[in-house]
Design a protein around this ligand. Structure first.
Ligand code: GDG
Length: 472
């Protein structure tokens, strides 16, 4: 049983008024969809994407889907509020100021309880529940209270901040206790697991060692051990490999270059339009390189796909305005007649188009200021069986722990970023090949199925409550 904020589908109303369910985009869905295809009788509890009553449970993509209702107020306070106005910025190094409102917290508790109840009601005796992400940190404890027979895993897709930052969170101890309801708490990076265990020790005073926290029992209950470890998420490399072999996708990649006026170099960014992704830093570097004359806009074009995201949250509206102003200025100052210096695309593309873009890109820029993992970096690598192309990767993305053969950058240092972009544009083919070989070995050997297998394997062994000696 997967429990996540969103179901892996979106409702689309057909002309005759009937509802059709289509797969929805996003990192978590991309990752879990391919995992669940290999599970018999898999189920998923999540929000179906529209405020109001929930539809009856239904089957899609071979899974049982259990929609959870969110009212308009829940969406505003639990989702846009506490999840994306408080936790998201706080967990991403306070790139923008987190807001704290008690009414948002109340909604967060209420909605977490609703998800926990739905999961507890739909899971078979002795089953396994895997809760995902920062929107549902209280659910593990709530599920355990009513279903002590099930194994509970939790995976955090975003970073877990250092205790100095986490301590700012009102209700921080409730959040830690919520997570400790799981048998296994998984994180993207080793440093996230360390931060979590350190918060547990400092704020709750529980005993922790390298991978475990000991949760004292209440009354006659035995103490429990909770394992906290890193499980770097990955991608469905087989699916991408087969797309790269599709003649239509290859043709689309060639066509993209023709449509852009056959530039020598195509530089690509693909991100949700989110302030964590460092899009403004990237644009600043690109604009300065054009202004300095280090890049000739006839030779090199940047494509920036900025997928619409959280458009009702103020910080995202502001970001969109700033990004669009900057793109407009750079194009106004530097674009040759009839073609852009930056091709800016504020919309979603299908998987085939995305793969074609990766196949066409000579350089991909991942300049996140903070990112749990960043799947785009791995998708680019998986899309390059020809061993061409250069990845410029922020050291603040989780992917930097594994993708050491990328050009690693501190995106806050615009000069360093400019140097890295120039280095990427000038990299000889034999060096590209050497780096891409090493990157591909890492990504292809550690795909998303291996990630899920590792997590579920550890959950299996972590999942039985063990009596452990209580301190005297
Ligand atoms: C969170 C964490 C972590 C983007 N635009 C389109 C599109 N995408 C796809 C990408 C990629 C996914 O969405 C985005 O994943 P990321 O990892 O880059 O970032 P988040 O959405 O922030 O995801 C992140 C992830 O969860 C998984 O744990 O890595 O750190 O923040 O797959 O390709 N896909 C399509 N059209 C688009 O226009 N089809």
């Amino acid at each position: 049983m997967i429990v996540a904020n969103r179901l892996p589908v979106d409702a689309r109303t057909l002309p005759d008024g009937a509802t059709e369910w289509v797969t929805s985009p996003g990192g978590l869905v991309t990752a879990m969809e391919s995992v669940m295809r290999h599970v018999d009788s898999g189920a998923w509890v999540g929000w179906h994407g529209t405020a109001g009553e929930a539809p009856e449970p239904f089957a899609a993509d071979g899974m049982h889907l259990y929609p959870v209702a969110l009212s308009a107020e829940d969406v505003e306070k639990y989702y846009e509020g506490f999840s994306n106005g408080t936790l998201w910025p706080l967990y991403h190094d306070v790139i923008v100021d987190p807001e704290f409102h008690r009414a948002w917290w109340d909604a967060y508790v209420r909605v977490n309880r609703r998800f926990a109840q739905a999961a507890a009601a739909a899971t078979a005796p002795g089953g396994t529940i895997w809760v995902h992400d920062y929107q549902l940190q209280l659910a593990p404890e709530m599920i355990r209270a009513s279903r002590p027979d099930v194994r509970i895993g939790f995976f955090n897709h975003i970073p877990f901040p250092p205790v100095e930052l986490f301590s700012q969170l009102p209700k921080r101890n409730q959040v830690l206790r919520g997570l400790l309801g799981a048998d296994l708490v998984g994180f993207q990076r080793e440093s996230d697991a360390v931060n979590f265990l350190s918060a547990v020790r400092h704020l709750l005073g529980y005993q922790v060692d390298q991978y475990t926290a000991t949760v004292p029992g209440i009354g006659s209950e035995p103490a429990r051990q909770v394992v906290a470890k890193s499980f770097p998420i990955s991608i469905d490399t087989a699916a991408i490999s087969s797309l790269t072999e599709d003649p239509a996708v290859r043709e689309r990649a060639a066509e993209l270059r023709r449509e852009l006026g056959e530039p020598d170099k195509i530089v690509l960014g693909v991100d949700r339009l989110d302030y964590t992704k460092g899009i403004r830093h990237r644009l600043k570097a690109w604009g300065e390189l054009l202004r300095d004359g280090s890049i000739d806009p006839h030779d090199a074009v940047m494509i920036q796909v900025a997928t619409p995201s959280r458009e009702r949250v103020e910080a995202y509206r502001q970001l969109r305005d700033e990004v669009e102003l900057t793109v407009g200025r750079i194009n106004g100052d530097h674009a040759p007649i009839g073609r852009p210096a930056i091709s800016y695309l504020h919309r979603s593309f299908d998987r085939r188009d995305m793969t074609a873009l990766f196949m066409a890109a000579d350089v991909v820029l991942v300049t996140a200021l903070r990112d749990g993992m960043n799947l785009v970096a791995k998708e680019y690598v998986a899309s390059r069986p020809d061993l061409r192309g250069v990845l410029v990767l922020s050291e603040f993305a989780g992917a930097a722990d594994e993708l050491r053969a990328a050009i690693l950058v501190n995106p806050h240092d615009i000069d360093e970023l400019k140097t890295a972009i120039l280095q990427a544009l000038k990299m000889p083919e034999d060096e590209q090949e050497q780096a891409m070989l090493s990157l591909r070995r890492q990504v292809l050997d550690h795909d998303v199925q291996a990630w899920a297998h590792a997590f579920l394997g550890d959950l299996e062994s972590a999942g039985r409550p063990e009596e452990i000696a209580r301190p005297p």
